[in-house]
Design a protein around this ligand. Structure first.
Ligand SMILES: [Zn+2]
Length: 720
């Protein structure tokens, strides 16, 4: 029904529907054979028993493969029988678990999702143990000890495999290794506690209506907030509650009180846990031969060491100072005007409120009104047209033999010039109960040269939650939704057009401080009028394009607050790096005393009676990694200049093909700095990033050091 109505609406409004010629996998098999490829649609588990069976057999197969590596005659080991054998086993295991992850995130049946969740836990426990199979390590080491003459991706595979073992402590004498193992287990437990304490904390704060003057009815009327005749319960732990009150409450006392509660969340429980986590991390790093935990964490990233990450962030803090000062001065004027206090200052509980006021006063953009320009199907088709054109690809809808949801779509990607099949992507685009509730690209099958010499082409899924179509109108995206779609689809292409031989380097298996950069770069596309005009049009009257002034207003609004936004981000990164910097072994940590002064120095003063680090979830999982957001941002801005300087801007085919060839195709199979350098045609520069931050004059900031070899962090299940 919905579909028919949607079609007729489009017809009535004069838009033309594309004639989708739906093909099947068989239509591509001849071309795949010719290209010596393995091209298969994933074989999905369809019952809870099959889900469990998928993982059970993956583990059994994995164990058999590990045993085979371990059982070899150590005098006859080869590259294929060691490092490649491990990559083969990773390929099989990864395909199994990634299918189960997609089941867990998307299946309509709770029993399927539960079975998947259980199976994933079983798999993870098994996977952790692989590193500690000493018999396997001995075989790989026996081969490495022959100092083989390997080239390129092969050399990198062996190097990274040995590096993993070293990082797990396998290169240490047995007694020291067991200490590291013990510390790591304790650390994992502490990190779980830290996260659990953050999730568990609840901090209701009761206000009167008068105290909440300015706060919109949408929140005051939302479930659980109005708790008495004149009492409203705001949860300081719910980010949406906290942000809304801080953005809109006219009374400074209200904002201040809520901020104090927020900045003390989980304090009693998590401060000691965090201090203990830091002791453990420092001990592990020192035992493994690193100067600090941030050196350990950044070794496998572009930054390579903690000092490089720190210099990068400190230079940015300094570089953005004038812009930050100017923004604060403007916010202060608003506060002076409102409070009539000539000495008014912008406090940590003020900036959100006066930024909101500033936007209302100077940069009013009705973002809701923009939705009419972005009917889902037209945005999708428009994005397909652009990406097919600039990357030399063709997308063809094919029949999905199994669908976990009716409106699931499956597409084949082929090389436009040769017709060679490159891979497939699923689209699961609308929300429903029990489904993953963000937007992400999930790998399913990875690119990989198989032992029989055939190349396994990848399959991925885009799992999103765009507004569903309504009875009387199609799904209409916000501008931010459109930006998200362009971003996530970039990850899909990165995975699909890969040419890497090994799973650990294929597609998006690149250093964690780089992986977001290409997709962040693609976000620029939706801020470009020329790009938008290729597809964005009022669905009720397609002759109406987005008014240019709306785009420029939105850009101005973004630029007007970027100094405050980033100084806060840099403060987080600075604190994260400082907590993980060099520290005497065994010495206790005082994470609050270490972090509060940095927040005060880099952003705005926080009281010594607050401890926001206790609620800073990134410290478990992204530890010594927060800088990576800015690092990737800076590379994204730098890479965008290749398109900006090209004859056809963001629609330039030569620039697009260069991105495909130099960034997407090699993935992590070579030093990422070489890929970036080849794409840019010059050394990296931080200037384009500073420009996006509103800093026009050259600052002393640099783009971090250039580097030697690096790649291949463990692949996360999905890339947000
Ligand atoms: Zn992303």
């Amino acid at each position: 029904m919905k579909r028919v109505l949607f079609v007729s609406l489009l017809f009535l409004s004069g838009l033309t529907l594309r004639a989708d010629v739906v093909k099947s996998l068989a239509d591509f098999q001849a071309a795949a054979d010719k290209a010596n490829e393995v091209l298969v649609i994933p074989d999905w588990p369809k019952t809870p028993l099959e889900v469990q069976g998928e993982i059970d057999s993956a583990i059994a197969k994995g164990n058999a493969a590990l045993d085979a590596i371990a059982k070899q005659d150590l005098s006859k080991v080869s590259f294929e029988s060691t490092a490649v054998a491990l990559d083969n086993l990773q390929n099989d295991a990864q395909t199994a678990v990634q299918k189960v992850v997609v089941v867990q995130q998307t299946n309509k049946e709770a029993a399927m999702r539960d079975a998947a969740e259980k199976a994933i836990k079983v798999f993870q426990d098994w996977a952790v143990g692989i590193d500690y199979r000493e018999d396997v390590y001995k075989a790989v080491k026996a081969f490495a000890d022959t100092t083989p003459k390997l080239q390129g991706e092969d050399a990198l595979l062996l190097e990274h495999t040995m590096r993993d073992y070293r990082r797990a402590g396998l290169a240490l004498p047995p007694n020291e290794r067991s200490v590291v193992e013990k510390l790591r287990k304790e650390l994992a437990k502490l990190e779980t506690d830290f996260e659990a304490n953050i999730v568990a904390v609840k901090a209701p704060v009761v206000f009167t209506k008068a105290e909440l003057e300015g706060v919109p009815d949408s929140i005051l009327g939302s479930p659980g907030v109005k708790t008495g005749d004149d009492s409203y319960t705001i949860l300081a732990n719910v980010t949406f509650h906290y942000n809304t009150v801080e953005e809109t409450a006219k009374k400074e006392e209200t904002r201040k009180h809520l901020e104090q509660v927020r900045f003390n969340l989980a304090r009693d429980k998590n401060v000691p846990v965090l201090n203990d986590i830091l002791v453990h991390r420092n001990q592990i790093a020192l035992k493994l031969g690193y100067k600090s935990w941030d050196d350990f964490q950044t070794e496998i990233k572009m930054a390579k060491n903690g000092a490089a990450a720190r210099t990068f962030i400190h230079d940015l803090v300094a570089g953005i100072q004038p812009k930050f000062d100017a923004e604060l001065a403007e916010l202060r004027q608003l506060k002076i005007a409102e409070t009539k206090d000539p000495n008014a200052k912008i406090n940590i509980w003020d900036w959100r409120y006066y930024q909101t006021e500033l936007k209302k006063e100077k940069y009013t953009v009705d973002t809701e009104a923009l939705r009419v320009y972005f009917p889902f199907q037209h945005v999708l088709d428009g994005m397909f047209d652009i990406y097919q054109s600039i990357f030399g690809l063709k997308f063809t809808k094919i029949i999905a033999p199994y669908k976990w949801i009716d409106d699931l779509q499956l597409y084949m990607v082929t090389d436009a010039a040769s017709g060679q099949p490159l891979g497939m992507f699923y689209l699961d685009m609308f929300p429903r109960d029990g489904k993953f509730n963000h937007f992400a690209e999930f790998g399913i099958i990875s690119g990989k040269l198989l032992p029989d010499g055939k190349y396994q082409r990848p399959t991925v899924a885009l799992i999103c939650n765009f507004p569903p179509p309504q009875k009387d109108k199609p799904s209409l995206l916000s501008h931010q939704d459109v930006e998200t779609l362009f971003h996530e689809f970039g990850h899909a292409l990165h995975a699909i057009v890969t040419t890497a031989k090994y799973v650990r380097f294929s597609g998006t298996s690149v250093p964690a401080d780089f992986v977001e950069a290409p997709s962040q770069m693609l976000q620029n596309w939706v801020w470009d009028k020329k790009v938008l005009d290729t597809f964005a049009a009022d669905y009720r009257d397609p002759s109406k394009k987005i008014p240019a002034e709306m785009i420029s207003k939105m850009k101005e609004a973004k630029l007007a607050t970027v100094g405050v936004y980033y100084r806060r981000q840099f403060a987080f990164a600075d604190i994260d790096l400082t907590l993980h910097d060099v520290h005497p072994e065994g010495q206790p940590y005082d994470s609050v005393a270490m972090s509060n002064p940095i927040f005060t120095k880099d952003f705005l003063p926080v009281g010594s009676d607050t401890a926001f680090v206790a609620f800073f979830g990134h410290l478990a999982g992204y530890d010594a990694g927060y800088y990576g957001y800015a690092w990737a941002d800076s590379i994204a801005a730098d890479m965008a200049t290749v398109f900006e300087g090209a004859p056809n801007g963001f629609l330039d085919k030569a620039a697009g093909m260069k991105l495909r060839k130099e960034i997407y195709a090699p993935g992590g199979s070579r030093d990422i700095d070489i890929s970036i350098h080849n794409f840019l045609g010059r050394d990296r520069s931080i200037q384009p990033y500073l420009k996006t931050l509103g800093i026009e004059t050259p600052a002393k900031a640099k783009g971090g050091p250039s580097s030697e070899s690096n790649a291949g962090a463990a692949k996360p299940p999905g890339k947000p």
